[in-house]
Design a protein around this ligand. Structure first.
Ligand code: LMR
Length: 394
């Protein structure tokens, strides 16, 4: 039987992670997978996470099943963090999922169950797992222009032109903040134009928000999502706690479905729970409980926010430093976009050959499309990267 299987395409981000591990060079630099690292190259367990875990270890009296939707307090706390107080609870259906990827997957499946012909529109480029899961599920999808390679900025005119072809009931996947892989993001005015268009087209927004707090701050990073949530009658939101709580391996995500009325909300909640049951039964609890413990405790929450803010400020400082180094070395401002981009990633605009040259000659690993993880740098490695970029002729 298994001899009938076909080889599957390797995920390019995970394949890169493997090549980095296998490279024997001591001075290699990993700018590949989207994992935050501090100046020492460590992905720390955040202080508030450690404290919450200690509290859970001390106080937890059972590990019996929760509910199919996960711990309701987790959904409530995380929904509050993302949506603020402006969305009526009677509109919100939500289930805990195994990570942000689990939320994306369940969201796509919900769309397929509700409307098998609905087309999902994804940005070009986007996180490679978006089209990969859509292909796996056999769902129709199209790309909309998003990134202007020359300007290294959002191609908003192209995006709106492509989205003008969206049909009623289609789904438009948007990155809530810190666009992966480009680092180029919509302004609030542009979010408003997208919201107006989707409302007019009667299309459904699906927001993937995996980096809240890594861009301009927890509130600003959620502003586009909140605008959509308050203005559109229906929406899907897939959230991840991997990055902003640093609990990658705990697989802590949330899928939110916003409905226009109570009956639809109940139907959505029931279907989300059903989907969890079919795919894995109960979602993982530990990371969700950690997140809930932090968000519900004023002291832990304040400490978590402070540490997240330090991480964000560190990434911004690295962006500034890299842009400065490149300004000096290239005698031009053509790399200033690095300081304007937000989040963990920027797309450099190097060719695959130039990316390969940087790997071969300098041990610098970035994704083949020249996405680099800013958080993989530190003050010492920024000049090394800047020189490698110049040497590669970018
Ligand atoms: C990334 O884009 O590098 C992260 O989201 C990790 C992943 O699973 O691809």
């Amino acid at each position: 039987m298994f001899d009938q299987l076909k080889q599957q395409p390797a995920d390019k981000i995970l394949a890169l992670m493997q090549s980095f591990r296998e490279d024997p060079r001591d001075d290699k630099i990993d700018l590949g997978v989207g994992v935050y690292r501090d100046a020492e190259g460590v992905t720390p367990v955040m202080r508030a996470v450690k404290a919450a875990e200690a509290r859970i270890l001390e106080q937890q009296t059972t590990k019996a099943y929760t509910g199919l939707a996960g711990e309701p307090g987790y959904a409530k706390a995380l929904t509050g963090l993302i949506l603020g107080a402006d969305v009526a609870p009677s509109r919100i259906a939500a289930v805990a999922t195994p990570g942000g990827t689990g939320a994306i997957r369940q969201g796509f499946e919900l769309i397929r169950m509700a409307s098998p012909d609905a087309r999902v529109w994804i940005s070009a480029p986007t996180w490679p797992n978006h089209p990969s899961i859509l292909k796996y599920l056999g769902m129709p999808f199209s790309e909309y222009r998003y990134f202007d390679d020359a300007a290294r900025d959002v191609d908003f005119a192209g995006m709106m032109e492509d989205l003008s072809q969206v049909a009623e009931g289609d789904v438009v996947l948007l990155h809530g903040c810190c666009h992966n892989p480009t680092g180029a993001n919509l302004t609030l005015g542009q979010w408003q134009s997208v919201a107006d268009l989707l409302l007019e087209k009667r299309a459904i927004p699906f927001i993937d928000i995996a980096y809240q707090g890594f861009g301009d701050g927890l509130e600003s990073d959620a502003a586009g999502t909140r605008l959509i949530a308050t203005q559109l009658p229906q929406a899907l939101i897939a959230a991840s706690c991997s990055k902003n709580f640093g609990i990658y391996r705990e697989r802590t995500g949330l899928l939110i479905a916003l409905s226009s009325d109570d009956a639809m909300q109940k139907l959505a909640q029931g279907n989300l729970a059903y989907l969890n049951r079919q795919n894995f039964s109960f979602p993982p609890d530990h990371g969700a409980r950690v997140v809930m413990t932090i968000l519900d405790d004023p002291e832990l929450r304040a400490d978590w926010k402070a540490e997240l803010e330090e991480m964000r400020a560190g990434m911004l400082a690295l962006r500034e430093q890299l842009a400065d180094e490149l300004r000096q070395r290239s005698n031009s401002d053509r790399f200033d976009f690095i300081a304007r981009h937000r989040g963990m990633f920027s797309r450099l605009g190097a060719t695959p050959e130039q990316v390969e040259a940087m790997r071969r000659d300098s041990g610098i690993y970035m994704v083949g499309d020249s996405r680099l993880n800013i958080a993989g740098l530190n003050a010492r490695t920024v000049p090394i990267l800047a020189q490698a970029i110049i040497d590669a002729g970018v």
